[in-house]
Write a new protein. Structure first.
Length: 109
């Protein structure tokens, strides 16, 4: 029974998918995101995947959904770096995605 309870708490953390929706206003968002110009300025390197089943885990593989109720996180792209909770950089290849600053990893859970 004890092992079952542990699994019930850990499983959602490991199977959490990164389906995101970009909102129009900051007050609608869970996280404010700033898109940096250079990779070394980011907290998270993000790769956009084509389908939701490719976006499992908290490792920078994001699938942008069409409706807010399909997302796990609603993000708002801010204009200035100091307004953001998280700085991201879009990478060209899937294997380049991942966290550069793991102290911010909790923002995407």
């Amino acid at each position: 029974m004890k092992h079952l309870l542990i699994l019930l708490f850990i499983l959602p953390l490991t199977s959490y998918s990164q389906k995101v929706f970009s909102v129009e206003y900051p007050n609608q968002s869970d996280i404010k995101v700033y898109l940096v110009e250079y990779e070394n300025q980011c907290d998270l390197k993000v790769f956009k995947v084509d389908s939701p089943n490719q976006s499992d885990g908290n490792n920078g593989l994001w699938h942008f959904v069409d409706y807010p109720n399909q997302s796990n996180k609603k993000i708002y792209f801010v204009e200035y770096s100091n307004q953001s909770d998280l700085k991201i950089f879009f990478v060209k290849y899937k294997n380049q995605s991942g966290w550069r600053d793991k102290s911010k990893q909790h923002l995407m859970y």
